[in-house]
Design a protein around this ligand. Structure first.
Ligand code: HEM
Length: 400
């Protein structure tokens, strides 16, 4: 059936980023994109957008911010520049300020807290035979850590979850109207936090306070600029890390031989994390806007077009990765694009890796006898990839 369908349809009709098949398994489209439509135009969206899927094209675009601009947002709709969602030199200024909180030393210092938190979360499910890797573990871990970095009340974590879900859904939607109220509430909440830091007379060291006090050549940040940066940290850093943890556990449990191998040899955890990032990138791709006409692989991408740089498809390019559709713990280190590349390379990459390494180490150590119940559900936004639920069962002791 599938082969007939592919043969009888014009190739240009085949790839649809919003089809049920692509949403359920984005990788089902990658071979087709690589071979038939390495520059794909999707016309059914307003505005229409292009997709680049070959590793060489995606990495060239990521390192050419003059041609592929970040000034009009990372999503498929046009948005005004703000904070780090911009090009150099504005981007360089903002990134320089935020980077101070993400130095290797600052990240290392978070290690013991992340370990304690992972243990606490697994204590909470100690009496359950069935629990959910997403709800009980992968979701709260990064949210609590970022809330502590920003020093916002833990009681408000459920609000962050709701708001960041709304923010990513709004980012991918043609019409963001259903989420506008939530986004307004998030902005009001964060502006209130920023206002409190401006009035506070103390030596607190949280991230919002640092941004409030930050100055470069005597120039500080306005409230709306700080808001943009904090937004990006909350929205860009939470669901993504949650997805990395859940996706890695999913693939390892899906193949019980892999799970057993890593339980017996936890030194493979870092390999598993990089392979999960390559195979199941939490961000499938982000958008740029072209600043001139581009000739690429026989197509012209006009100036001022939205282009999706498909990291996930690039990570399965057979020109770069051998057996790209195999999840393997024996793959030699190779550079995937899941944290981007170039000036916008993910600022939180080392934090995400540390959180995931700690999560996996603790989970394997505490509950080596886990079975996957099913693959749960996918998160909603089409440009993201992670499990919204991932139910697992602990094998009764008699069967261990
Ligand atoms: C597995 C988890 C994560 C993934 C897959 C991920 C992915 C990405 C990607 C693909 C970019 C590039 C954006 C672009 O090129 O337009 C990016 C940028 C960024 N990420 Fe992450 N991220 C993750 C975790 C985090 C965390 C934990 C934080 C912070 C708490 C964070 C903060 C940022 C920021 C601030 C940027 C913008 C950097 C810039 O524009 O210079 N990310 N991330």
């Amino acid at each position: 059936m599938q082969a007939d369908r592919i043969r009888n349809e014009p190739v240009t009709a085949h790839y649809n980023p919003f089809s049920a098949e692509t949403l359920a398994d984005p990788s089902s489209a990658y071979d087709h994109l690589h071979q038939n439509e390495p520059v794909h135009l999707y016309k059914e969206y307003a505005p229409p957008f292009y997709t680049l899927s070959r590793y060489a094209d995606v990495s060239s675009a990521l390192t050419d911010s003059e041609t592929y601009s970040s000034e009009f947002g990372q999503g498929p709709r046009f948005a005004p520049p703000s904070g780090m969602l911009s090009n150099p030199p504005q981007h360089t200024f903002f990134r320089g300020l935020v980077q101070q909180a993400f130095t290797p030393k600052a990240i290392r210092a978070l290690g013991p807290r992340i370990e304690d938190l992972a243990e606490e979360l697994l204590d909470d499910v100690a009496n359950k035979e069935i629990f959910d890797i997403h709800d009980d573990f992968a979701f709260p871990l990064p949210v609590v850590i970022i809330a502590e970095l920003l020093d916002v009340p833990k009681d408000d974590l459920h609000l962050f979850k709701r708001w960041s879900d709304s923010a990513v859904e709004a980012m991918g939607a043609e019409d963001p109207a259903p989420w506008v109220e939530d986004l307004r509430a998030m902005a009001t909440y964060l502006l209130d936090q920023i206002g409190k830091r401006r009035l506070a007379d103390n030596d607190n060291d949280d991230l919002i306070t640092r941004l409030v006090r930050a100055e470069t050549d005597g120039v500080g940040l306005q409230d709306d600029e700080i808001l943009s940066v904090v937004n990006q940290l909350l929205v860009g850093g939470n669901e993504t890390t949650t997805s990395l943890i859940a996706n890695a556990v999913w693939r390892l449990l899906e193949n019980p031989m892999l799970w057993r191998r890593i339980v017996e040899d936890p030194t493979l955890i870092d390999v598993a994390i990089e392979e999960s990032l390559r195979f199941d990138p939490p961000v499938l791709g982000l958008f740029r806007t072209t600043t001139r006409n581009i000739e690429l692989r026989g197509m012209t991408i006009p100036e001022n077009s939205k282009v999706m740089l498909h990291y996930a498809a690039a990570n399965r390019d057979p020109e770069i990765f051998r057996d790209p559709h195999v999840f393997s713990l024996d793959r030699p280190p190779q550079r995937h694009l899941s944290f981007g590349l170039g000036v916008h390379f993910c600022l939180g990459a080392e934090l995400a890796r540390l959180e995931t390494r700690t999560a996996l180490t603790t989970l394997l150590g505490r509950y080596p006898d886990l079975d996957l119940i099913d693959s749960g559900e996918r998160i909603k936004p089409f440009f993201l990839w992670g499990r919204r639920t991932l139910p697992v069962r602990r094998r009764p002791e008699a069967n261990r």
